[in-house]
Design a protein around this ligand. Structure first.
Ligand SMILES: [Fe+2]
Length: 184
């Protein structure tokens, strides 16, 4: 499985993004705000790595010739670097409260692995007892074409794992909103 993105929830998204820019060479990809039904908000920055990502990342999933839920044969052995997703939120919001519970600093909220079939990986993880999930089904977005789901925090690592299938780059604002809401 290829690491697709690392999601941080932080106190100040701009300061964190500047750090990733200066220290790692990440640049701003997209920026958007999510407004929840209760009026609270989350502000998000998607940062892209300095290395160019292969246009067909769907083939970058599993270093094996076997077809598995994680993917098929890789097209290339070169590393496809993960994006970084940074969000913050005000007091009383999903993200703001999560950061406040962690000393006001925040941290890694989830790590997203790219898989070929999100539902199949969910079923395998449920059967094997690796993790529970926040939703029964993957969250589906049509444009851009992607599927995502969150595990509950792992009892062994403390973090949430996301499984994602996407053809190209870019996040789906509505899916991010739905995913965040599943963790409430
Ligand atoms: Fe994510």
């Amino acid at each position: 499985m290829r690491l697709d993105h690392i999601a941080y929830r932080v106190n100040n998204r701009y300061k964190t993004a500047a750090f990733f820019n200066e220290a790692f060479g990440y640049t701003l990809g997209t920026e958007f705000q999510i407004e929840f039904d209760d009026g609270s908000k989350a502000d998000c920055l998607a940062l892209v790595p300095p290395e160019i990502r292969h246009p067909d990342t769907s083939l970058w999933t599993y270093h094996s010739l076997q077809a598995t839920p994680y993917g098929e044969a890789v097209k290339s052995e070169y590393h496809a670097p993960p994006e970084i997703f940074v969000s913050d939120g005000s007091k009383g919001s999903i993200v703001g409260d999560w950061v406040a519970e962690r000393g006001g600093v925040g941290g890694v909220h989830h790590m997203a692995y790219q898989v070929k079939d999100v539902a199949a990986v969910m079923n395998e993880w449920k059967e094997k007892g690796y993790a529970e999930f926040y939703s029964e089904e993957p969250i589906v977005c049509q444009d851009p074409d992607l599927q995502q789901v969150f595990t509950k925090p792992s009892e062994l690592t403390g973090i949430i794992y996301e499984f994602i299938n996407r053809k190209g780059a870019g996040f789906c604002k509505d899916s991010v909103k739905q995913l965040m809401e599943t963790t409430k």
